[in-house]
Structures are given as structure tokens and as C-alpha cells.
Design a binder for this molecule. Structure first.
Ligand SMILES: [Zn+2]
Ligand SMILES: [Zn+2]
Length: 161
């Protein structure tokens, strides 16, 4: 039988609010300090993949006395708790992704670094070799590289004389 589409891209719809995250964290015994609340507030939304520096800048608007060290410590804790996922995309700084509930891959713009979530329907694990180097494969993260719509426009725009 002919199979036409093996890997179909799907744009993720995520409905996750600050309250969901905080309620979940609280139910796991995480003490919600004002510092942690400010950081969690920044890490909510669609296609959020922020560098620690950006998280610090945005959270500081909510809580001016926040320190960089607290931001790094909190992010490390959230990653260890698997409430936030680290995403390494090319040469840029590590990004933090609050979308841990839906398995997904990433689409990265090689020009501006914009990062989008991308879910694929289809059997990707079957493409992996069986027990490579004796490993048991438990997950696959794919990063697709390309140019975002804005950067495509930029590269085709007429050059100024
Ligand atoms: Zn771009
Ligand atoms: Zn993501």
C-alpha cells in the first residue's frame, strides 16, 4: 500500500497558563517565592524559547530586586524537575522551553535565531539505528534549520544602492 505522507508537520496548540504551571509546581512541593513566581510568569506562552539573559530581563520588570544567580538557580531546578526543557540551537545561548507536555521538535532560523515548536506525525524513531553503540534510544530531538518569513523577505528585498 502506498503511503503518501510519513512525517506531517503540525503546529502545536498549547493551552498552558501561569496558574497551571504554578499550581503544578506547588503541588510538587515547590515553594513559590516572589522570585520563582516572576521567573515562572515569564516562562509561559506560545513558542517560548528564551535565553537565561532574556528571562532575567523580563522577570526583573516584575520583580526589580531579582538577581541573575537566582534566575540561573531557578532555571536549573525547573530543568531538573522536567518542568522546563533546555534547547540548544546552533551557536546561540541555551534556551529554555516551558513546553514539556507535548513531545516536539524545533525549527530554527539561522539568521535571527527565531525558534518555533514543531510536532511531527509519523514514525521518526524507526529512522534511528537499532541500539546505536549499544545505546537504548529513549527520545529523539530534531532541529530543522532554515530562514523564517521575515528573514526570507530581508534576503530578497532590493539592495539599497
Ligand atoms: Zn529569521
Ligand atoms: Zn519548544
Amino acid at each position: 500500500m502506498h503511503q503518501s505522507v510519513e512525517c506531517e508537520p503540525v503546529i502545536l496548540q498549547r493551552e498552558r497558563t501561569i496558574n497551571d504551571l504554578l499550581i503544578r509546581l506547588e503541588s510538587r512541593g515547590w515553594r513559590i517565592t516572589p522570585q520563582r513566581r516572576a521567573i515562572a510568569a515569564v516562562l509561559v506562552g506560545e513558542n517560548v524559547h528564551l535565553a537565561a539573559e532574556t528571562i532575567y530581563e523580563r522577570a526583573r520588570v516584575l520583580l526589580p530586586e531579582l538577581s541573575v544567580a537566582t534566575v540561573y538557580n531557578t532555571l536549573n531546578e525547573l530543568v531538573a524537575m522536567r518542568e522546563v526543557r533546555e534547547v540548544q540551537s546552533g551557536s546561540g545561548p541555551k534556551r529554555y522551553d516551558p513546553n514539556v507536555e507535548i513531545a516536539h521538535h524545533h525549527l530554527v532560523c539561522t539568521n535571527c535565531g527565531r525558534l518555533r515548536d514543531l510536532a511531527l506525525r509519523g514514525d521518526i524513531p524507526s529512522m534511528a539505528p537499532e541500539r546505536p553503540y549499544g545505546f537504548t534510544v529513549t527520545g529523539i530531538d530534531l532541529t530543522f534549520h532554515g530562514l523564517c518569513p521575515d528573514c526570507q523577505q530581508e534576503s530578497t528585498a532590493p539592495q539599497a544602492p
